[in-house]
Design a protein around this ligand. Structure first.
Ligand code: MTE
Length: 329
């Protein structure tokens, strides 16, 4: 009998998910609701139904709407067309609202005003600031970045926001701080995914201070010339395009400067498969699938994945001399 063995990247999306998480995900979907399954079965319908509605609605109500579009910084160029807005805003990972891709409708439950951001830990002066006050102090710009998900799909997005360097300057960390730990909101009443006790909520991510102050590290508040839709991580998310997408934490409420390396959400869920560094490298496969190529969302194309997602000129130097670390997972 001929048994056709699929290669890693031919696996279904369900397979491109940690084993434990996948089975838990099934349990969660059953437990949470039948609704999302119906939406998942009709992605085209969901996309068509959403169209501009999400962006327009967010823009209409969001007090920061007048800040967009922000001037584009021409330094960051793409090698491919931008992903269609309707796709980038309806095909999302946001486990707080479910483990399928069509969470955009459920994510509308997230209240994004009032929203405060706390800066604490090893800083000169801890502070909690309202997002709109923070926005007044930060230099907004637009940047075109690629995003490469660890699940081997990619998109190209016009983010608006500010350089994380500007935020670090505002936070004034002590010289002994070596990392910044970031945390997403915690509210299982609005985000039913957070009722899944097997995940270590809230979602946590981390960067070294050198990474956070690299020119590419970007704090995102808008996309496609409008305030960020909730499903993409409003009102404040990270974009670190040389790393797998799971590092780009959404809906951040806290930045803690520390001298201890944070244990991140996915690292805690499955340390054999997800680590702290998570830099993109086509030659280092995920333990269960290849990272050599990626599916470009909105096209039929698979293209070769590039080291550091093609951003090596900006970031490769950060990892020279970092020995004995799993830099690429
Ligand atoms: N942040 C939080 N809080 N929760 C999440 O589930 N998913 C991550 C990342 N940030 C996630 C998150 C993953 S796996 C990816 S690929 C990107 O968000 C997806 O961002 P997008 O939905 O805007 O494409």
């Amino acid at each position: 009998m001929l048994i056709k063995r699929k290669r890693g990247w031919e696996l279904k999306e369900s397979a491109a998910t940690p084993d434990r998480v996948f089975h838990q995900r099934r349990a969660l979907i059953k437990a949470v609701a039948a609704g999302p399954l119906v939406i998942a079965a009709a992605p085209l319908l969901a996309t068509a139904a959403c169209g501009d509605e999400d962006g327009e609605a967010t823009a209409g109500r969001d007090p920061s709407a007048r800040l967009y579009p922000a001037p584009r910084n021409p330094r960051y160029r793409l090698d491919r067309p931008l992903t269609d807005k309707a796709l980038a805003t309806t095909y999302n990972n946001f486990y707080e609202f479910g483990s399928h891709k069509q969470i955009w409708r459920d994510a509308q439950a997230l209240p994004i005003r009032p929203w405060t951001v706390t800066v604490d830990g090893m800083v000169e002066k801890p502070i909690t600031i309202a997002i709109d006050d923070l926005l007044k102090r930060m230099p907004l710009e637009e940047r075109l970045y690629r995003l490469r998900c660890v699940e081997a799909w990619s998109m190209a997005v016009p983010w608006s926001g500010f350089a994380m360097q500007a935020f670090v300057d505002f936070a004034r960390p002590l010289s002994a701080a070596q990392y910044v730990r970031m945390e997403t909101f915690l509210d299982p009443d609005v985000a039913p995914g957070q009722k899944a006790f097997w995940y270590p909520w809230p979602y946590v991510e981390g960067l070294t201070i050198a990474e956070a102050t690299n020119e590419l590290a970007f704090l995102v508040t808008g996309v496609y010339g409008q305030p960020l839709p909730k499903q993409n991580g409003a009102p404040l998310r990270l974009a670190v395009p040389w790393k797998y997408g799971f590092k780009s934490i959404k809906s951040i409420v806290r930045f803690t400067f520390t001298d201890r390396r944070p244990v991140t959400f996915w690292e805690e869920v499955q340390p054999r498969e997800y680590g702290f560094w998570a830099n993109v490298n086509p030659e280092v496969p995920h333990p269960r699938w290849s990272q050599a190529t990626e599916r470009v969302l909105g096209t039929d194309e698979r293209v070769p994945t590039r080291l550091y997602n093609g951003y090596g000129e900006f970031v490769a130097h950060l990892y020279k001399g970092v020995a004995g670390e799993r830099l690429f997972m």
